[in-house]
Write a protein that binds this ligand. Structure first.
Ligand code: G3P
Length: 224
């Protein structure tokens, strides 16, 4: 499972990049607009925070294949090689995907809500497809099952495209995606923290501290 952070908030990126095994950062137009900042300053700062080796995903705001390709080239040139353009699935988006693969630019086909959409995107050469789990769950769409069926299809047809599930509100959704064989998940900093937290972990650690202090007081191993 590749853990990816779904935000353009520098503070959250700095924190999670330091404390979690992050593979990269995803953004979309809503996430970027939320920061209300100069586009290039924000994106170049994010690249500096995560360094050149981690993946950075930025979504095109174009509608036609030639302009999507132009935007992707510009983004890749300014943000480095470890860059993926996010393209919402559409006819123009699929054409752009096929053109970009010839140019060696990474593509994530996004706004995926059905396994059938994902399969066509994979055949067009997408490196990743992004099904939106929570947005499906919100309308009784069973996001986990959609992810599981996409994974199965890619196995059936020996496709290299990876499933990068997005739109999460709970640790349970991410766990179920991982069990279904999903390759990557992009999550907020809050959800990332939810994944590692457990009240039994807190209770266990409190017990260790109490037992230690009863015998050794405030001494730590470094004091012996
Ligand atoms: O890029 C798509 C993903 O960020 C959607 O997440 O939480 O807005 O449904 P959400």
């Amino acid at each position: 499972m590749l853990y990816i952070l779904d935000t353009a908030d520098r503070k959250a990126i700095k924190h999670c990049n330091e404390f979690y095994p992050l593979w990269g950062v995803t953004t979309n137009p809503s996430i970027i607009a939320k920061e209300k900042e100069d586009f290039w300053t924000l994106l170049e700062d994010i690249r500096e925070i995560i360094g050149p080796d981690k993946a950075l995903f930025v979504q095109t705001v174009q509608k036609t294949s030639d302009k999507i390709v132009a935007e992707a080239k510009l983004l890749r040139d300014r943000l480095g090689n470890n860059f993926y353009v996010k393209i919402p699935i559409s006819e123009e988006g699929l054409k752009a995907t096929m053109l970009l693969k010839k140019l060696g630019i990474g593509v994530l086909v996004t706004a995926i809500f059905t396994p059938a959409q994902a399969l066509v995107a994979a055949k067009a050469g997408a490196d990743f497809v992004a099904p939106y789990v929570n947005r499906l769950d919100n309308i009784l769409g069973d996001g986990i099952n959609v992810v599981a069926e996409i994974v199965k299809q890619f196995e059936n047809f020996s496709l290299d495209t990876k499933v990068l599930a997005a739109s999460f509100k709970s640790a349970e959704q991410i766990h179920k995606c991982a069990v279904a064989g999903c390759h990557a998940a992009t999550v907020s900093a809050d959800v990332m923290k939810m994944i590692i937290g457990h009240p039994m972990t807190d209770a266990s650690v409190a017990g260790f501290e109490k037992d230690w202090k009863a015998v050794y007081g405030d001494k730590t191993i470094l004091d012996f």
